[in-house]
Write a protein that binds this ligand. Structure first.
Ligand code: GTP
Ligand code: MG
Length: 157
């Protein structure tokens, strides 16, 4: 017998950090160097949210019932790392499940120069009771691992 479960996982973070690219890599094992920015939210089973203020009004219903959240920043963009604090607050405000599992992902490790070290990323994650992973959607490093680790955390509880 097969039991199928649908999990709702949010992928959030500033515009341009690679949320759509991580999803494309995970769902389709592909990468688009000219990935267009996401307008609005895709409500199909594979989804993405735009990291932009003008879509802020969509977020409350979007966050509801999520079991997991991947907070993405770009390791070559310090600002995107500093904004994680705001994204954590968004989660606290709108996500309804107290058991929500969070993970911090530093993406674009194939690029240089870095503006955020692995140590800093991992310290931030630890301080916020989440775990940390670094990825490259472009070079397919750790993307599947990141999704699978989060899913493992969700289904263990
Ligand atoms: P919004 O939809 O605007 O919120 O952005 P997003 O977070 O979905 O970012 P997106 O996936 O559109 O990626 C932005 C740009 O970065 C695109 O040109 C991607 O091709 C590129 N990109 C994404 N991930 C990586 C990566 O791991 N390495 C490199 N070098 N480029 C990447
Ligand atoms: Mg996008």
């Amino acid at each position: 017998d097969e039991i199928l479960t649908t999990l709702k996982i949010l992928i959030i973070g500033e515009s341009g950090v690679g949320k759509s690219s991580l999803l494309l890599r995970f769902s389709d094992d592909s990468f688009d160097p000219s990935q267009a920015l996401t307008i609005g939210v895709d409500f199909r089973t594979k989804k993405d949210t735009a990291g932009q203020e003008r879509f802020r009004t969509l977020t409350p219903s979007y966050y509801r019932d999520a079991q997991g959240a991947i907070l993405v920043f770009d390791v070559t963009n310090r600002k995107s790392f500093e904004k994680l604090e705001t994204w954590l607050n968004e989660l606290d405000t709108y996500a309804t499940k107290s058991s929500l599992k969070k993970m911090v992902v530093g993406n674009k490790t194939d690029m240089s120069p870095r503006q955020v070290s692995r140590e800093e990323g991992s310290r931030f994650a630890r301080r916020n009771a989440t775990f940390y992973m670094e990825t490259s959607a472009k070079e397919n490093v750790n993307v599947v691992n990141a999704f699978e680790d989060l899913v493992a955390h969700i289904i263990q509880t």
